[in-house]
Design a binder for this molecule. Structure first.
Ligand SMILES: CC(C)(COP(=O)(O)OP(=O)(O)OC[C@H]1O[C@@H](n2cnc3c(N)ncnc32)[C@H](O)[C@@H]1OP(=O)(O)O)[C@@H](O)C(=O)NCCC(=O)NCCS
Length: 169
């Protein structure tokens, strides 16, 4: 069994079980407090207004939150934070270390979040993304998300948020 020692409460998925040589020995598992130095490094490199440690600690403890980390050689290379409550689920945060991008890490994190949301009984998975974030919008569209609306000036009062959703039923 792969990654058996990492199977925590909402189960790990082992990327090394799948044929993707560049990510061999990488896996996704629930995020823990000890991951946060690595997570925060990626967060700060990825967003103009990064989450702080307390945000992640809150999500690790929250009953309806499912933060997951992608790990390679004991190093955090990406993460996703899913919130799933009854029929609604939302991606609250997702990022990959700059030097690990373009290798399918985010796609795998998102696929895992979708699996967990479905397992929780969610009927739809929603998210918000900056209108200028072509990489993220392409990622979501490749996974089947569709645009459902726009929030004008949502970011810093100037940049629009694109609302996207994936039906899970
Ligand atoms: C967006 C982000 C998470 C993508 O991570 P990644 O691991 O590089 O993405 P993947 O390698 O899994 O790519 C998945 C898909 O996204 C698309 N994609 C990824 N980066 C892209 C880019 N720079 N330009 C266009 N498309 C891109 C690819 O087409 C890919 O589809 P494919 O597998 O069918 O080819 C990463 O760029 C990141 O961390 N950005 C900063 C944080 C951020 O913006 N998070 C999203 C907030 S809403």
């Amino acid at each position: 069994m792969c990654c058996g020692e990492n199977r925590l409460q909402y189960s790990a998925i082992c990327i090394s079980c799948q044929p993707m040589s560049s990510l061999e020995a990488s896996f996704i598992r629930p995020m823990t407090e000890t991951d946060l130095d690595g997570v925060l490094e990626i967060e700060q490199a990825s967003f103009p207004t990064p989450w702080r440690r307390e945000h992640f600690l809150h999500e690790i403890d929250a009953r309806h939150s499912f933060p997951m980390a992608a790990v390679h050689d004991d190093k955090i290379i990406g993460y996703v934070v899913l919130m799933s409550l009854f029929e609604e689920a939302q991606i609250l945060d997702v990022a990959v270390a700059p030097d690990q991008r373009g290798r399918g890490v985010a796609r795998r994190l998102m696929e895992r979040a979708i699996q967990v949301a479905m397992g929780q009984g969610a009927e739809a998975l929603a998210l918000e993304v900056r209108a200028s974030n072509t990489a993220a919008i392409t990622l979501y569209e490749r996974l089947g998300f569709v645009r459902t609306g726009t929030r004008r000036g949502y970011y810093e009062g100037t940049e629009d948020a694109v609302l996207m959703e994936l039906s899970l039923i």
